[in-house]
Design a protein around this ligand. Structure first.
Ligand SMILES: [Zn+2]
Ligand SMILES: [Zn+2]
Length: 112
């Protein structure tokens, strides 16, 4: 248990990945449950040891949170995706080299 991050902190980390339900996101007293996607009071989650909306225990939520975080990191480090230096669109690296950016048409080999 010593090196385990508390699950409500993990819930917090994953919060920024959520793209809906904006109202409560800015409130530090609330976290979003990864299972039911409901916003729950952090203190209450801590006290009850899990999500009190869907009844998912903290360990389960923490497991899912780590998994999600890993997926997100993988996506970020994905060598097949790159950013177009011209318009900033995320494009497939191979396609950018061969055909140019699908948004602005610029190839990385083009000269300014
Ligand atoms: Zn829940
Ligand atoms: Zn572009």
């Amino acid at each position: 248990m010593l090196f385990m991050e508390p699950f409500w902190i993990l819930m917090d980390i994953v919060r920024d990945a959520a793209d809906e339900e904006d109202e409560m996101r800015g409130d530090p007293a609330y976290v979003q449950c990864l299972y039911c996607r409901g916003f729950v009071e952090k203190a209450e989650v801590k006290r009850r040891g899990g999500c009190y909306l869907c009844g998912t225990p903290g360990e389960e939520i923490a497991k899912l949170a780590r998994q999600r975080r890993g997926e997100r990191e993988n996506r970020r480090n994905n060598p097949y995706r790159t950013k177009c230096s011209n318009c900033g669109a995320v494009v497939v690296a191979k396609e950018l080299r061969e055909k140019g950016c699908y948004i602005c048409g610029r190839k990385p080999t083009d000269v300014e």
